[in-house]
Design a protein around this ligand. Structure first.
Ligand SMILES: [Zn+2]
Length: 476
């Protein structure tokens, strides 16, 4: 049923009536509806040299749709839940922390007990003169761990978290880290990445993606100098602790306990985004590096509120936006589509039908923007867009004053002229971007995943659709 929908839908999308289609790595701040964001993976993988182009798909890849496509762990092997360090705050000169139950503060990562505190009473850690003070007492240690009883939560800055807190003085300030299991982390992340009211199987797919994304980052060092795995903002994934948790999202995490996506026995870079516009993208066409599991696939994006969007600018506004971005070309004369990809495409179009770059030609020269640059400069939701022009027409009205486009009557200035060539802007008033989708277009599209779930697909089928030749593996 879904495939039918897709077949019906896709030709319209890639039909030649669209002028310029671009794809970019979108990093838009807010989706504007619910809690949905453009998705993780707005920052390319930290290991861009990870080129596995010539390798086979994961050994023993299972892509059946009979529910057996999750590789269960051999329970005779003893495993432990993976722990993560998630940064909640840094560069702080003083920190107050507490817990919902009685708690203790220990030296380092589990050394001698420095102090015991009752529930809901704050301990204060301060830096003064390059030394660490705990409740006013000078310490020799630079690391303090706060741990509380089972089932209790640690508290920092008004938010509660599962696991432990670790305060690290790195020489310039205090880092507040939450040492938390991958499962509890996923519970604190999921409601921020997908609306809890969405289809249960879509939530489960998102849970596996969120878990995988975190594990991919584990141990890689968030930045060169920081010792933690992930930050708690949209830079990585929004992590809000227990306050964010909901019944449905926790259930999605529990029902996929320990499951991640692997390729060649490694966690994949599980990029995802809000809305594909109808087809996802190949990684090399967005980031330049080939990832075998981030391949272009089609999906049903028709329910997405971002399926169709329009951003209109006057020619003068386009000139000004280019100029303020340091891309001044003078008076704009024409716009052209150009291939700037390194992926070897001859046509200048990517697998999904998107193009790679746009050239603005003006009286003072010309500038070529990548899709990403065009998206940022014009604030577009995605780079899967068509460029159209509009010019005013004057409609003679019987004996009355003339009606102009500004009164709501416009006419297309032959958008077909665009057709991979140069579109002249002479006599044109507006440049219109008509686009599809929201986000970078890589990996799982959340609206598409929800549509698949609504049509009866289980989470493993959804994941295998969006991530090519991966194995869903239970790791503990
Ligand atoms: Zn981050």
């Amino acid at each position: 049923m879904l495939e039918k929908k897709l077949r019906k839908y896709m030709p319209a999308l890639v039909a030649g009536s669209l002028g310029i289609l671009l794809t970019i790595n979108a990093g838009v701040a807010s989706a504007g509806i619910g809690v949905l964001r453009p998705g993780a993976g707005n920052n390319p993988p930290k290991t861009p040299d990870w080129n596995v182009k010539n390798q086979e798909g994961g050994s023993g890849a299972v892509t059946t749709k009979d529910g057996k496509s999750v590789q269960k762990l051999d329970k005779s092997k003893k495993t432990t839940v993976t722990m993560l360090s998630v940064m909640l705050g840094e560069s702080l000169s003083s920190v107050k922390v507490s817990a919902s139950g009685d708690f203790e503060l220990v030296d380092g990562n589990g050394g001698k007990v420095l102090g015991k505190m009752p529930a809901n009473v704050s301990a204060e850690v301060k830096i003064s003169g390059g030394a660490v003070y705990l409740n006013g007492e000078k310490l020799a240690s630079r690391i303090i761990t706060l741990r509380t009883g089972k089932g209790q939560q640690v508290v920092y800055n008004g938010s509660s978290y599962r696991g432990q807190l670790r305060l690290v003085y790195d020489g310039s300030g205090i880092q507040v880290l939450n040492i938390v299991s991958l499962e509890d982390y996923a519970k604190g992340v999921l409601p921020s990445e997908m609306s809890p009211s969405w289809q249960p199987e879509a939530l489960k797919a998102q849970a596996v993606a969120a878990r995988t994304f975190a594990l991919y980052n584990k141990g890689k060092g968030h930045t060169a100098s920081s010792g933690y795995d992930l930050c708690s903002s949209s830079h990585c994934q929004v992590y809000s602790g227990t306050a964010a948790e909901t019944t449905t999202t926790n259930q999605a995490v529990d029902e996929t306990y320990g499951q991640i996506m692997q390729y060649n026995n490694q966690p994949i870079y599980a990029a995802f985004h809000a809305s594909s516009g109808g087809a996802t993208e190949n990684s090399e066409d967005v980031w330049g590096n080939y990832l075998p599991y981030l391949r272009s696939v089609t999906d049903d994006d028709s329910k997405s509120p971002y399926h169709n969007w329009t951003s209109k600018f006057t020619v003068v506004q386009v000139e000004k936006k280019l100029a303020s971005a340091g891309k001044e070309v003078g008076n704009l004369k024409s716009i052209a589509l150009v291939p700037i990809s390194s992926s070897g495409s001859v046509t200048g179009r990517s697998a999904s039908g998107r193009a790679y770059g746009v050239k603005f030609i003006g009286t003072n020269g010309e500038i070529t923007l990548t899709g990403e640059q065009a998206r940022r400069i014009f604030g577009l939701k995605s780079a899967m867009f068509n460029v159209r022009t509009e010019r005013s027409v004057q409609v003679p009205a019987k004996g009355k004053k003339k009606v102009t486009a500004s009164d709501g009557k416009t006419i297309d200035a032959k958008p077909a002229a665009m057709n991979d060539g140069i579109m002249k802007l002479q006599g044109v008033d507006n440049v219109v971007f008509e686009g599809h989708g929201f986000g970078h277009g890589l990996g799982m599209a959340q609206y598409g995943a929800n549509a698949m779930a609504a049509a009866g697909s289980s989470y493993d089928v959804i994941l295998h659709h969006y991530y090519t030749n991966v194995i869903i593996q239970e790791i503990y």
